[in-house]
Design a protein around this ligand. Sequence first.
Ligand code: FPP
Length: 265
Amino acid sequence: MPNASTPQVTGDGALVGMAAEPGEARLLAAIDRKRLPVHVAIIMDGNGRWATRRSLPRVEGHRAGVSALRAAVEACGDLGIRYLTVYAFSTENWERPEEEVGFLMDLLLDVIDRELPRLTEHGVRLRIIGDPDRLPAAVRRKLEDAVKLRPDEERMTLCIALNYGGRSEIARAARLLARDVLQGRLRPEEIGESTFASYLYTAGLPDPDLIIRTGGEHRVSNFLLWQLAYAELWITPVYWPDFNRVHFFEAIVDYQRRQRRFGRV
Ligand code: FPP
């Protein structure tokens, strides 16, 4: 989702418009457009610590995190990355104080209202993964409408993981498979990896190539457990609200230096 204040990148990687920061231009020049990750997934961590460090309430970190999310979507759009998945609310996040949970739900409603028209205009389609049942009715309704919007020219999918947990996603898939076997729609011998994957929330999405985690923790926290089998991990101590285009491009450059062997020699 390009905006007026970010330099635009043409198909061959040239910068047009405003001059990019030197670090950003150098990184952009280093990125091979033919070997981009198709799907990037992000664990947006560190909002609370970002706020606490500034003597602000934790929720201010979430509010500031929205700008970082916008920047990440724009960076994907500029490069031509097709899928971006972000972990916005986990199945464990209900354990947080009620006001923080309420704030996050309101923030989500607000983000959809404010950002969706621009996203659709720029070819970004929204998708939600996770269990909608526990979400407040207003959020559920808003999301149902939002995912129906189809851009004229689809350039990118922004997938938001909401009330998402990898283990509960796998258990749900097993439940649905068992039901289909019991009802005679599927034979147990037919259940291979691709059949199983088609019962996950992410059915039809490619597996993530690159998982970025901000906030410095070295764990996957129940995120895309099935899908991350061969993903490359990139972890930064930067708190999510401070994560910007330069960090994103650093992650891409580092990803491109890795040799992905998928278990082969
Ligand atoms: C983790 O930081 C972040 C979250 C649980 C929420 C992420 C939400 C946003 C970035 C807001 C914008 C997104 C949408 C879709 C509304 P943390 O609170 O666990 O940070 P900490 O580890 O420092 O406590």
